[in-house]
Design a protein around this ligand. Structure first.
Ligand SMILES: *[C@@H]1O[C@H](CO)[C@@H](O)[C@H](O)[C@H]1NC(C)=O
Ligand SMILES: *[C@@H]1O[C@H](CO)[C@@H](O)[C@H](O)[C@H]1NC(C)=O
Ligand SMILES: *[C@@H]1O[C@H](CO)[C@@H](O)[C@H](O)[C@H]1NC(C)=O
Ligand SMILES: *[C@@H]1O[C@H](CO)[C@@H](O)[C@H](O)[C@H]1NC(C)=O
Ligand SMILES: *[C@@H]1O[C@H](CO)[C@@H](O)[C@H](O)[C@H]1NC(C)=O
Ligand SMILES: *[C@@H]1O[C@H](CO)[C@@H](O)[C@H](O)[C@H]1NC(C)=O
Ligand SMILES: *[C@@H]1O[C@H](CO)[C@@H](O)[C@H](O)[C@H]1NC(C)=O
Ligand SMILES: *[C@@H]1O[C@H](CO)[C@@H](O)[C@H](O)[C@H]1NC(C)=O
Ligand SMILES: *[C@@H]1O[C@H](CO)[C@@H](O)[C@H](O)[C@H]1NC(C)=O
Length: 430
């Protein structure tokens, strides 16, 4: 058989070897004969467009890219890109198109969700907000809109308008958006918390099937699950938590998929949100270590930390300052994956540098590093964590993954790891 192949076949193979295929499929839940293309997505933070120029995104490794954020404003007729460099958005959309990647804009975000509730609170406002969003899509030629409402029926940053009717009104809004000639053609997605949104009674919705008919997929934000707001150092993005002590269980990818699918979101409409960053903590050396039975010092799980001495993260970290609610906050303490390499915690290949203690937590499948001299401990996802999450995506027939944020990675180490494990069939040298 090989003997009959024309020479040009090998020439084509050689060319293909340098290309990475973004195609992978999964079965539609409950159906054995239908398949759907998988999603390899990331959010592109407009405010980091000088550090990650549009041209430097690894477009060939993605299917969807979501420009962030268009924030809600007190006027339902407007969203605001203030701070997010919308001047690069036309190039973002054109470059995505050229690479066969779907270009979306995310509306909302942690600081931009203040007026979602009032924007969908009346029939009049829903109609106006449909126009705002479809005008935005038309103006920039977008393929889709991502709704990152943090959170319907539940306070986020602290000064959002909220109402027990949020989820009911949001559903009515999406229904109207889908009836619009522009809205009917858009890819519509939502970034969602690990438990279904809160309904009118304040409890998580038990049936989101009407939402699943309107949305192409939801991306579950399985990160910031533990962080400096708790009293101990825990995993930012646990894959599993039922194996952790009960006092340290805060939810996980596993519990999230169970909660959303139990509420009737089909698995093929769920994308796993994954973080290219971690949280830092100031931990006393006496708390940071424990002794194994062989008398070897290893990093201890769930140590307490000094809240008043929050470390500063990398160059992208939010410094201390006043937030959009007028509240004074300390530094965020976030380290991007590149930031951990930059600061010397990790070598460029992602392994811990000399003098840095490292622990891989089997339960959460996440990593910890500790600098005993500075007392800084960081809880983060490394390439092994991303491989475990990719396997989880494949095993649970999820639609794919979405990484916050495209620029957080270093030389695509995390991205390559999760793509490979979740089933994107990269063409290797043959
Ligand atoms: C799947 O198979 C069923 C039964 O043969 C058929 O009715 C249905 O149209 C098929 N669906 C697709 C998407 O091919
Ligand atoms: C973008 O990529 C170009 C070409 O590889 C490189 O020279 C440049 O330094 C990159 N820019 C940034 C900000 O990383
Ligand atoms: C808000 O939108 C309205 C209607 O499109 C427009 O007239 C107004 O100038 C906008 N306001 C701001 C602050 O952009
Ligand atoms: C844009 O953001 C800056 C900094 O947060 C703020 O000072 C300014 O008032 C904002 N402008 C608008 C139009 O919201
Ligand atoms: C409708 O939106 C306007 C702002 O454009 C807001 O002032 C008003 O309160 C909203 N209506 C409701 C019922 O929330
Ligand atoms: C919620 O919606 C119901 C039914 O439309 C309405 O009677 C009630 O006033 C609304 N509650 C709030 C807080 O807006
Ligand atoms: C860390 O050590 C300091 C100095 O001994 C002490 O004041 C502090 O309470 C310790 N922190 C924790 C979390 O135990
Ligand atoms: C560890 O801490 C020491 C003391 O603050 C500092 O000099 C060193 O650069 C740190 N290394 C890393 C990787 O943070
Ligand atoms: C990672 O890089 C360091 C420094 O170059 C090297 O010593 C180490 O062997 C590398 N580890 C792996 C697993 O490649």
């Amino acid at each position: 058989m090989w003997a009959f192949l024309p020479l040009s076949f090998f020439a084509i193979s050689a060319v293909r070897a340098t290309t990475i295929s973004a195609d992978a499929t999964i079965s539609v839940s409950g159906s054995t004969n239908a398949t759907v293309n998988m999603v390899a997505a990331a959010w592109y933070a407009g405010w980091h467009s000088e550090d990650l120029p549009v041209a430097n995104v690894s477009w060939e490794k993605y299917t969807h890219m979501t420009f962030s954020f268009a924030e809600t404003t007190p006027d339902v007729r407007n969203v605001s890109f203030n701070g997010s460099n919308p001047e690069v958005l036309p190039d973002f959309v054109a470059t995505a198109r050229k690479n066969n990647v779907k270009a979306l804009v995310s509306v909302g975000g942690w600081t931009g969700s203040r007026f979602f509730s009032s924007n969908v609170a009346s029939a009049e406002n829903r109609t106006a907000f449909v126009k705002t969003v479809t005008d935005l899509a038309t103006k920039y030629g977008l393929d889709g809109i991502d709704f990152d409402w943090e959170y319907p029926g539940n306070q986020g940053i602290g000064c959002n308008v909220i109402s027990p009717n949020d989820t009911t009104n949001f559903l009515a809004y999406l229904q109207e958006l889908r009836k619009d000639p522009v809205g009917s053609k858009l890819i519509l997605t939502a970034a969602v918390p690990i438990n279904p949104w809160k309904g009118p009674d304040g409890n998580p919705l038990t049936d989101v099937s009407e939402f699943s008919k309107l949305l192409d997929y939801v991306a579950i934000m399985n990160y910031d699950i533990s962080g400096p707001w708790l009293s101990y150092v825990g995993p930012n993005a646990p894959l599993e938590d039922s194996c952790a002590p009960s006092a340290n269980q805060q939810g996980s990818a596993t519990s999230a998929i169970k909660a959303w699918t139990t509420a009737k979101m089909p698995s093929h409409k769920i994308v796993l949100g994954v973080p290219a960053y971690g949280h830092s903590f100031n931990v006393n050396a006496s708390d940071a270590f424990e002794c194994t039975t062989d008398d070897i010092e290893v990093l201890a799980p769930f140590p307490p930390f000094n809240k008043a001495q929050q470390p500063i993260g990398d160059a992208w970290d939010d410094g201390a300052g006043v937030d959009k609610c007028g509240v004074q906050n300390g530094p965020g303490g976030n380290f991007d994956f590149w930031g951990l390499i930059d600061a010397g915690f990790l070598f460029a290949n992602g392994t811990a540098a000399p003098g840095i203690d490292y622990r891989f937590d089997e339960c959460s499948q996440t990593a910890y590093v500790y600098n005993e001299t500075s007392q800084v401990m960081v809880s983060f996802d490394d390439t092994r964590s991303f491989a475990a999450k990719g396997e989880f995506v494949a095993k649970n027939n999820l639609r794919g993954f979405a990484m916050w944020e495209a620029g957080g990675d270093s030389q695509d180490a995390l991205l390559d790891s999760i793509r490979k494990a979740s089933g994107f069939d990269d063409v290797e040298d043959c």
